[in-house]
Design a protein around this ligand. Structure first.
Ligand code: ZN
Ligand code: ZN
Length: 344
């Protein structure tokens, strides 16, 4: 796969971390979850049948936890998705409400990996608050709920500083839980979160998945990332490939990273209702995000099996409007506008 990270921006190659999911007990849960998922009904009707069939074939699923933006829409939690492979969940971004949305997805779709005790892999796209305000939630809440291991966090430069300060901010809570009367026969150190920073390139690998960080352009952020997940099938064969944009204005790196991938998850705003935005906001959005018209061009060249729009900026448009705009701009592939708790 071509990737900008192979260029001069100094890709880092942190050591691969072996997952603990070779544990047969967890794999057993994964099989239960896979069976349960196969009979669950995804929320998004248009692609439901095909999506479930695809997912069961490759044992990799995309779970939309939050499609929201900084707007406090009660139906759209903060931006976060999960790739679930082989009984392990890999979270991308930590928007507001992430732990509760993961618990909801776990209950609705029978995915045990999204129960609080399974939330131990997180990939941050960038450090905007709407993508990271759930960080203390995903660090501490599952710890209190007896997550056996710390959450391992990957993200752009600045992630370690943010995580260190979250740990510092909650140090009185940690002290009280460890040295107060609260019973804790769980891992006392599982609130500590190892961080690996990356500017792009291969960042993580285990028996279920290979993860590559993709540098994208997003306003004036010096480091903003998308991620490509190459899932491994149960027999070690190549499984589904899922590319997630994070926040990005049109970025050639995402086209190259997808290149016929199974699912491209891409942020979007309505090109039609954008016209009604004040000029100063138009400048900001054009520099930071991707319109439906631009996304049609990206997806046409990236050729995903399914284009999933998330982190939508509607400004009065509907999901149907977004799909129509992408189609009218010339994209002829499969496309959906995601809702929270959709599974693809
Ligand atoms: Zn955002
Ligand atoms: Zn952003």
């Amino acid at each position: 796969m071509k990737n900008e990270a192979a260029g001069g921006c100094g890709p880092e190659r942190p050591r691969p971390i072996r997952s603990h999911t070779s544990d047969p007990w967890r794999i057993g849960l994964a099989l239960v979850a896979a069976v349960a998922s196969a009979v669950a009904t995804p929320v998004s009707a248009q692609e439901a049948d095909a999506a479930v069939a695809d997912a069961s074939a490759s044992h990799a699923r995309l779970v939309i936890l939050g499609t929201g933006t900084p707007n406090a829409d009660p139906d759209r939690s903060g931006p976060a998705v999960a790739v679930v492979v082989g009984g392990q969940a890999y979270l991308v971004d930590a928007g507001a409400g992430i732990v509760r949305r993961a618990a909801a997805a776990s209950a609705r779709h029978g995915i045990d990996a999204l129960a609080p005790s399974g939330l131990d892999r997180l990939f941050l796209t960038h450090l905007h608050s709407d993508h990271t305000v759930g960080l203390p939630d995903v660090i501490f809440s599952p710890w209190v709920l007896e997550r056996p291991d710390p959450i391992v966090i990957f993200g752009p430069p600045g992630t370690a500083y943010m995580v260190d300060h979250v740990q510092e901010a909650w140090k009185e809570d940690v002290h009280m839980r460890l040295f107060g009367l609260e019973p804790h026969d769980y891992n006392r150190d599982a609130y500590r979160s190892p961080v690996t920073e990356t500017r792009g390139g291969p960042v993580y690998e285990d028996e279920h998945v290979r993860v590559t960080a993709i540098p994208v352009m997003h306003g004036s952020w010096p480091h903003s990332l998308g991620y490509r997940f190459d899932a491994l099938g149960p027999d070690g064969a190549a499984g589904r490939t899922i590319v997630i944009s994070g926040d990005a204005r049109p970025s050639e790196s995402l086209v190259e990273a997808c290149d016929g991938c199974d699912i491209l998850v891409h942020e979007v705003y309505s090109a039609e209702t954008f016209k009604g935005r004040p000029p100063e906001w138009q400048r900001y959005h054009a520099d930071s995000h991707t319109s439906t018209v631009e996304l049609a061009d990206i997806a046409t060249r990236a050729r995903p099996g399914l284009l999933v729009m998330y982190h939508q900026l509607y400004w009065g448009a509907t999901d149907e409007d977004l799909v129509r705009e992408v189609r009218e701009a010339g994209y002829t592939g499969r496309v959906v506008s995601a809702a929270d708790l959709d599974v693809y």
